[in-house]
Design a protein around this ligand. Structure first.
Ligand code: P5A
Length: 438
């Protein structure tokens, strides 16, 4: 992609409404534009990151045995009257009336809708266990939408739902999602720790939040220092018993906010660390909270009807874009982890129009894209300083600077964004460095 053709409306000034780094950088890097309070358009650079995150989330859901569906954003109010949540949800729910005066709503979550889908077709114990998920926009009319897409009103969520015959089996589904979340966040290049959590309006008896550690995070997190270095499990066979992995992660104390004051804390003071964090995922086991009032049941092996056990499992896909930036930036801009970077590398042409510089840029681009990487070439006429600043701001993992002096000597200056480390390399060595980077 050539920057001269790319829609990248960057801002030089810091927008005054943006209080935290991710919001500032997302606006300045031309990733998003506000439409109205808490509602954003995603521009090409931001959309590329959102899609990459979505794809990693999808792959890990599939690996854990969940099956992808797509439910609508608009739901009939009657479903929510069945579960009793239509009134409970209050002003956070965006209520709509259609032309026939039917009450509808823009879904803040999909427990009711998936339960309706499942109860309509599941007949016997052979129809469970099942786990279904979708990645779909949600609307919550938050009182105080803030920090850009971090606490939006419209936001993208991955939400999975499990259906099981009994508690033991549904606990296995919960454990699968727990482990899939550890893997997902690791692939996204962030450290996320599970905290025992309150269940709030979703309900249930068992719940964990996954919190990305970042100094600017919204909530305060207290945890045992060992949790920070806990290794993420390697290859997972989801048919194995995952309880030992979950036990390992949950045996180490961690809590959020004011739910536990440190004076009551079970961790010796020397081992306790305090960090800030951003909730990027939340999983719930709520048994028959929805299946009972909505009549989602199947015939068990003995012919007796059994009300299904359920759980729901959310990941804030759009919030993660901000969460990753909060966890990975410096004073000059964003530093994307490789897995979610909108492009793998940026090539800065210091003298566009110079045949040798143009040819050197094209040759490098051809080799990098031949190796499967996405490349952005800055072929604009801006000053060198402005080009460097923009490349730092948008945070691609590698930068390659090509100018007349280097070209004459067959040299490219390669900079690694995360460390700022620079090296002068031949084209071949530059390609090897960038392609071989893990
Ligand atoms: C779990 C899946 C649920 O809604 N029902 C379906 C359950 N959980 S939750 O904790 O309320 O939301 C799941 C994740 O969505 C993200 N999130 C948000 N992201 C951006 N803006 C918001 N206003 C917002 N609200 C929730 C969070 O990452 C949360 O963990």
């Amino acid at each position: 992609m050539r920057l001269s053709e790319f829609f990248l409306p960057t801002l030089k000034e810091t927008p005054s409404e943006a209080q935290i780094a991710s919001h500032r950088y997302m606006l300045r890097a031309g990733m998003i534009r506000q439409s109205s309070a808490g509602i954003y358009s995603w521009l090409p650079l931001g959309f590329r990151v959102l899609k990459k995150i979505e794809q990693i989330v999808r792959e890990e859901q599939d690996a854990a045995g969940a099956q992808e569906v797509l439910m609508p954003t608009i739901q009939p109010a009657d479903l929510w009257r069945e579960s009793g949540r239509y009134d409970d949800y209050g002003k956070e729910m965006l209520r709509i009336t259609d032309r026939h005066d039917r009450d509808m709503l823009y879904g803040p979550t999909n427990e009711e809708q998936i339960t309706e889908i499942f109860r309509a077709s599941a007949r016997s114990y052979r129809d469970v266990p099942r786990m279904l998920y979708h990645i779909q926009w949600k609307f919550r009319d938050e009182v105080r939408p803030r920090f850009g897409i971090m606490r939006g009103r419209e936001f993208l969520m991955k939400d999975a739902y499990s259906f099981d015959l009994d508690y033991e089996s549904s606990k296995r589904a919960y454990n699968k999602m727990f482990v899939a979340y550890l893997k997902t966040f690791e692939r996204l290049g962030v450290k996320a720790i599970p905290l025992r959590a309150d269940t709030g309006p979703i309900g249930g008896d068992l719940s964990h939040e996954f919190v990305v550690l970042a100094d600017t995070g919204e909530s305060e997190v207290f945890c045992h220092k060992d949790l920070l270095d806990m290794p993420t499990p390697g290859e997972i066979d989801y048919s194995d018993d995952l309880q030992p992995i979950v036990d390992q992660w949950t045996s180490v104390y961690a809590a959020a906010d004011d739910k536990h004051v440190p004076s009551e804390c079970p961790v010796p003071e020397a081992d306790l660390v305090t960090r800030r964090g951003i909730e990027v995922g939340h999983i719930f086991h709520f048994g028959d909270k929805y299946s009972r009032p909505m009549g989602a049941k199947v015939a068990g092996p003995d012919g007796q009807e059994v009300t299904l056990q359920m759980g729901s499992y959310g990941i804030g896909v759009s919030r993660l874009v901000g969460g990753i930036i909060e966890a990975s930036h410096d004073d000059d801009g964003i530093i994307w982890p490789k897995s979610v970077a909108p492009f793998n590398a940026g090539i800065i042409n210091l003298k566009p129009g110079d045949p040798d510089c143009d040819a050197a840029c094209e040759a490098l681009e051809a080799q990098l894209s031949g190796a499967g990487l996405d490349v952005l070439i800055d072929d604009t006429d801006e000053r060198a300083g402005a080009k460097f600043a923009k490349m730092d701001l948008i945070g691609l993992p590698w930068q390659a600077v090509i100018g007349p002096r280097g070209v004459k000597n067959g040299i490219i200056e390669v900079k690694r964004r995360r460390t700022g480390e620079k090296e002068e390399l031949s084209t071949e060595a530059a390609v090897n460095k960038i392609v071989g980077f893990e």
